[in-house]
Ligand binder design. Structure first.
Ligand code: LRH
Ligand code: MN
Ligand code: MN
Length: 406
């Protein structure tokens, strides 16, 4: 990208009241956590296609994540899922991450792959199974202490397939009981993020089906409990950005799992099917970041942006690079929104003017900005191209087939 393209872009933005030096400062602060499970063979109920060169161990997953971070500068932390990333020594896993400029991020307990949990984990009628599930949640706090992680990220597959299969209200109470026990085990600087999903694997009722339920548990538990919005976990047509604005305003938005869904899965690359939705999510966040209320600003600055995708037909590393670049592109576009212009249009009851002010930012091509920004950061201008022309993808083929999987 030529300097001329950037200069023209800068001039164009200055004329509409956008200062690119401030935009670049905000781009510098934007970080996205990648999931360890996105590097292994995983995803889908139907067939997991085995790829050559996928990591064989949690250590190798971190190696791949470090490569994504080296090329994009965007991903300094990696979420882990237990027991998928079970190791004997979490201190060693942490050192391995740190030696490559990474941190271990959110710890995700897994309560959906043990046969005992077929009819529920923390909502099972059997107290011994509930105990086992709650113990696992608490084990994850101990792991987080060792890995230096702040967040315990919770998703429950609990639900039923048929009316009458379970006592919905009893299950609600058991879920609360387990969450309360976990809450008590947190250290003061830890958070628990409560994720919701209205479908799958249960198809009649899901115990934590939507943001309202997650919010209600978080509110009852206390300030260290917040809601996690997985963008793929909503019914088609849901206004996700409204949920985002609402939760920020209540001080309860803890983080995101980014991905895309067209129908009913949530592992597709973020920003591929609905980039405007992602842009509008960032619009709400950046609008809240300008609030006079320091508590709102603090909620915004603590949002954990994470990818949650398990690529099945794609090559894992390029898919992850594409994902974080897509998120960065939409974030950059949202940084071009002129909030004063929107406020003026709202004041004048100018419906189309307000919509135009939002949309116009989305319509800019931010390539000159992102290229200039990456150049200044000492990063490859085109991280995907840099990866494809590097030897990393070829070198890892030596790992062979049959790497880590779900
Ligand atoms: C469930 C989910 C949850 C799990 C992850 C693997 O669909 O989004 O976050 O932990 O996928
Ligand atoms: Mn998720
Ligand atoms: Mn999901």
């Amino acid at each position: 990208m030529s300097d001329r393209a950037y200069s023209l872009f800068e001039e164009q933005q200055r004329a509409r009241g956008i200062d690119l030096s401030q935009v670049k400062e905000q781009l510098k602060a934007f970080q996205i956590e990648t999931p360890s499970w996105g590097y292994g063979d995983s995803g889908t109920r139907f067939k997991v296609f085995q790829k050559t060169g996928v990591p064989r161990t949690p250590y190798e997953k971190l190696d791949d994540a470090a490569e994504v971070h080296r090329l994009t500068g965007l991903c300094p932390s990696v979420a882990i899922h237990i027991p998928w990333d079970k190791v004997d020594d979490y201190g060693k896993l942490r050192s391995h991450a740190e030696s490559q400029g990474l941190k271990i991020g959110a710890v995700n307990p897994n309560l959906f792959q043990d046969d005992d949990y077929m009819l529920g984990s923390v909502t099972n009628t059997d107290p011994a199974i509930r105990r086992k599930a709650t113990d696992h949640l608490i084990e994850c706090v101990d792991i987080a202490k060792e890995t230096g992680s702040r967040d315990i990220s919770l998703w429950f597959a609990d639900g039923t397939n048929y009316p009458g299969q379970g006592d919905i209200r009893k299950r609600k109470a058991w879920l609360h009981e387990a969450l309360s026990e976990l809450y008590k085990a947190l250290t003061p600087d830890m958070r628990m993020l409560i994720e919701y999903k209205f479908f799958e694997p249960a198809f009649y009722h899901t115990d934590l089906a939507d943001w309202g339920m997650a919010y209600n548990y978080a509110r009852k538990l206390g300030p260290q409990a917040e809601v996690l919005v997985d963008t793929g976990h909503h019914a088609p047509g849901t206004n996700v950005e409204h949920i985002v604005a609402y939760l920020i305003d209540e001080g309860k938005l803890g983080g995101f799992h980014f991905n895309s869904r067209k129908y009913a899965d949530d592992d597709l690359i973020v920003g591929t099917t609905n980039p405007y939705e992602l842009f509008l999510i960032f619009y709400q966040i950046l609008s809240a970041a300008r609030d006079d209320d320091a508590a709102i600003r603090s909620t915004v600055s603590n949002i954990a942006y994470m990818i949650d995708q398990s690529h099945n037909i794609e090559q894992k590393i390029p898919a992850m690079i594409r994902s974080v670049l897509n998120a960065q592109t939409q974030f950059a576009k949202a940084l071009l929104i002129n909030h004063e212009e929107i406020a003026e249009a709202q004041e004048k009851h100018d419906v189309l003017g307000a919509e135009d002010a939002v949309r116009r930012a989305f319509e800019f091509d931010v390539t000159p900005l992102l290229h200039a920004f990456r150049e200044e950061q000492g990063l490859p201008v085109n991280p995907m191209k840099a990866y494809l022309s590097s030897s990393y993808g070829k070198d890892i083929l030596a790992r062979g087939k049959g790497g880590a999987s779900w």
